[in-house]
Design a protein around this ligand. Structure first.
Ligand SMILES: [Fe+2]
Length: 439
């Protein structure tokens, strides 16, 4: 009998590419400490290998393998693969960022709930030939849908290291995700469900530090993000002088929610949302972000943002205090400080709804916000759409019907934004196109 042995059940992926380096990732299906070889080449036949080496992995990192490959040329396509026990992994393809360019395509995705549906959005990213994927949070969900799941999630509720790891392993079985991430580098920020719904890192640290650390550790093991000692995920990348991407962390350093439930807050509990001194970003990140945006030399300043920053009010109160509206004073301070910076775009996830609109400081537009629906997480906001649009005139477009993703094509003189919906069985429909001219 002939057996096909694969040690690479989770394929390969890459991420956090800059002009001369990127992270490559895989996981070995093994049960003892192992050594893994890696090779990076300029061609898919691996005739021109430019980097190679050996790394070890074992149970301490759940047999995940992550290598930062550096010293590469800018603006190039590279191929990479791993080898263990004489078996090669699938071949991955990735890029280094260009030092100069006048066109760049970014897909933004968020909220992929495994048991809610297949991850159809990824299916179209290769067809769209996007340069990079920016994932805005809810890369996994700690819980699964038990009633009529679209596909079963056999893993338990995640609340410690082994159960968080199991979620990533499950999510990485999605065929569309696998194929896209084998070919396109991804830049991921977390939102709440990588830990638990609507959490604040500051308060988690106080009442359940182990759970927080376990969740963050599993994220760093499984996501092709650059490692560091402090679970820092806010970072920035330059795509020539065309776009600077600022990826932010709206969870780890935020103060506790002003009230719960955070959606449609009862009574007057939302009033604290306007009080001074409350933070979402934390002091260090806030200073980093403001000075980064103020001093950026790029045409477009693209902020990869967890939760909606446009005001969203209903009957004169914030509709969702888990969003930036729950940290209103800090939001105002941030937006008013960057009001003279041109061409700032926020790309946001979290809400499972498509939106497009204007971000304001003192009623004047300082930026546009593009919000993507979930890859698979559904929305319950359709019934409120008319009310939201009527009461928030700065919100120009809203679609709570479709899941999907958004593609942003950046040029020197304009930015084209395509809102793509995917239906229950994965057909794609263009819901809206926006053309933003650069100032
Ligand atoms: Fe979500």
């Amino acid at each position: 009998m002939l057996y096909f042995i694969t040690f690479f059940d989770f394929s390969v992926m890459s991420g956090d590419a800059d002009t001369n380096s990127f992270v490559i990732w895989t996981r070995i299906s093994a049960y003892r400490p192992v050594s893994v070889l890696y090779e990076v080449a300029e061609d898919s036949l691996f005739n021109k290998i430019v980097k190679s080496g050996e790394v070890k992995t074992d149970s301490s990192r759940d047999w995940t393998v992550k290598v930062l490959i550096s010293g590469l040329s800018s603006g190039k396509t590279y191929y990479y693969r791993f080898k263990y026990n004489n078996v090669y992994s699938p071949i991955g393809k990735t890029i280094t960022l260009p030092r100069s360019t006048n066109k760049f395509k970014i897909a933004i995705l968020s909220c992929q709930h495994f048991s809610e549906n297949y991850f159809w959005s990824y299916k179209y990213l290769l067809e769209d030939s996007v340069d990079i994927i920016v994932f805005l949070g809810d890369f996994i969900y700690e819980y699964s849908v038990y009633r009529n799941p679209r596909r079963p999630d056999p893993t338990p509720y995640a609340n410690d290291l082994s159960t968080y790891r199991a979620k990533y392993r499950l999510y990485y079985t999605d065929p569309y995700l696998k194929e896209a991430l084998r070919n396109i580098p991804i830049y991921v920020i977390w939102d709440d469900h990588e830990v638990v719904n609507d959490y604040s890192g500051k308060t988690m640290k106080y009442y359940n530090p182990r759970r927080l650390i376990d969740a963050y550790r599993a994220f760093f093991e499984y996501v092709p993000i650059r490692d560091n000692d402090s679970f820092r995920i806010y970072r920035s990348f330059n795509i020539g002088n065309l776009v600077e991407v600022f990826l932010i962390d709206g969870r780890q350093y935020r103060d506790e929610m002003v009230c719960r439930p955070t959606f449609n807050p009862r009574d007057n509990c939302y009033k604290m949302a306007f009080s001074e001194g409350r933070t979402m970003l934390g002091k260090e990140q806030k200073e980093w972000l403001i000075s980064g945006v103020l001093n950026s030399k790029s045409k477009w300043k693209f902020v990869a943002n967890n939760v909606m920053i446009m005001d969203m009010f209903k009957d004169n109160k914030p509709l969702n205090v888990d969003q930036w509206d729950g940290y209103y004073a800090e939001k105002k301070e941030f937006l008013c400080k960057i009001k003279n910076v041109k061409n700032v775009i926020f790309g946001t996830g979290d809400t499972h709804v498509f939106y497009f609109g204007e971000v304001l400081c003192d009623k004047k537009r300082v930026a546009y916000e593009v919000i993507t629906a979930g890859v698979s997480s559904p929305s319950g906001l359709k019934a409120l759409s008319d009310t939201i649009l009527r009461q928030n005139p700065h919100i120009k477009f809203m679609n709570a019907e479709y899941r999907g993703y958004v593609r942003l094509d950046f040029y020197n003189d304009s930015l084209n934004v395509y809102f793509f919906g995917t239906d229950e069985v994965g057909n794609r429909v263009l819901l809206r196109k926006e053309k933003i001219l650069s100032d």
